[in-house]
Design a protein around this ligand. Structure first.
Ligand code: HEC
Length: 104
């Protein structure tokens, strides 16, 4: 392989890997919003049916990152467990995204 081909290969590998890297908002939108709503407030048909608290609320936000991470991974009552279903980095990114939803 010539050097430019190797370079092209490397660049392509990085570019194609980017969407797979941790993207909190995208993961939230695809995996969580159906129940929690795009804004995390749980104002969805599922959210209302399951009685989900708003992720933006103080009650949820006062929990530690470790708590939110554990709930996301292990699930809680009707909340499905995501351990092994989404990569660890995405779980972290999604928790970071939940922080951005906090009511100001
Ligand atoms: C099938 C619907 C559903 C999906 C999809 C879902 N959740 Fe939940 N989630 C729930 C329900 C129901 C609860 C409330 C559990 C309880 O407290 O009884 C909950 C609770 C939570 C809580 C705790 C909130 C609190 O009240 O303390 C967090 C954090 C959370 N979900 C994060 C996520 C994340 C992150 C995702 C996506 C990776 C996700 N959820 C996807 C249904 C869902």
């Amino acid at each position: 392989m010539s050097r430019s081909r190797i370079l092209t290969f490397v660049v392509l590998a990085v570019v194609t890997a980017l969407p797979l890297s941790a993207d909190g908002p995208a993961t939230f939108k695809s995996k969580c919003a159906a129940c929690h709503g795009q804004d995390g407030k749980g104002e969805t048909a599922m959210g209302k049916k399951l009685g989900i608290r708003s992720l933006a609320s103080k009650e949820v936000q006062k929990q530690s990152d470790a708590d939110l991470l554990a709930i996301t991974k292990k699930g809680k009552n009707k909340m499905p467990a995501y351990d092994g279903k989404i990569p660890e980095n995405d779980v972290k990114a999604v928790v970071a995204h939940i922080r951005t939803l906090a009511q100001k």
